[in-house]
Design a binder for this molecule. Sequence first.
Ligand code: UD1
Length: 338
Amino acid sequence: MTTVLLTGATGYIGSHTWLALQEAGFSVVGLDNFSNSSPEVLKRLHELSGVAPVFERASITDAAAMEAVFSRHRIDAVVHFAASKAVGESGAQPLAYYANNIGGLVTTCEAMRRHGVKTMVFSSSATVYGDPKYLPYDEAHPLSAMNVYGRTKLYGEQILRDLEASDPAWKIAWLRYFNPVGAHESGRIGEDPRGVPNNLMPYVTQVAVGRREFLQVFGGDYDTVDGTGVRDYLHVVDLAEGHVAALRHLLDQRRSLTVNLGAGHGHSVLQLVRAFERASGRPVPYRIVDRRPGDLPAFWADATLARQQLGWQTRRDLETMCADSWRWQQANPNGFDC
Ligand code: UD1
């Protein structure tokens, strides 16, 4: 059985990918330091999969701890989610972001190299495309970063390209995520941000469940269908399945790849709000306020390459994303803090 180490395993995307990998027949070792997730996730994963999670509590920045993890388990490949991802915070705490997103990546790769593990799936982001020169973004679009968080992803990509160039035994999948939303259909795991959510969907669900009074829509005067920002939302379970497809590609084809993981079309903030109201039967009061500094008006993926290379495409529509986000939030109004 192929054993995969997931860093950031109890986070939002990590936890859904854990289940998807198990369903696909992989054995999983999860690793997290709970800096932005809850141990309760492990109980839920156990309940959903029927398998007791194999888990290591450790920081990817702790070289000794990473060495111990690779010594204890026979790892075949790594899916590297662990990173910090709040854009505003990244500007205020650049060293913390570089230490975790870059230092942690290097520490993880060093432990892998020492143990002869040279297969990695890397969580990148559509943020590496920067200001759109054209849309949709395809993988050949020029790269640039608009904030510290974006730079950590851009530099992270480059570090792995240098590593692959130094030793072609490395097989790496650079996955550029668009905007993941939704939750596992059971409603037992989902997105549980700490504090005030930065991202749209968790804010919407917290308004619907009564934790927040109204949604602030950041900007109503963009040159888009209704003036609000447009993004490429994809269901987190589709995204998780994209990781399984990418890992299989690396293991079977022995070829690296760089692909967008997105739906291939965009929805505006108000389109998402309306879809959510329909799916939940709850009103989502909102006010249009100033644009959020640093936001782009609109972007979405060219999702052709993932279909061609991985046979992967999104299967769950916006209604499903909203219904599943709502099921999760309604059953867990305070997230994993129950
Ligand atoms: C944001 C980050 C991006 C990061 C991603 C994942 C910024 C500028 N971008 O993406 O780098 O990879 O999160 O963490 O922070 N919106 C509202 N009200 C809200 C929240 C969002 O109107 O309370 C709007 C935004 O203006 C945008 C859309 O909803 O048009 C999506 O926002 P968000 O979920 O934060 O995602 P991104 O900005 O695409």
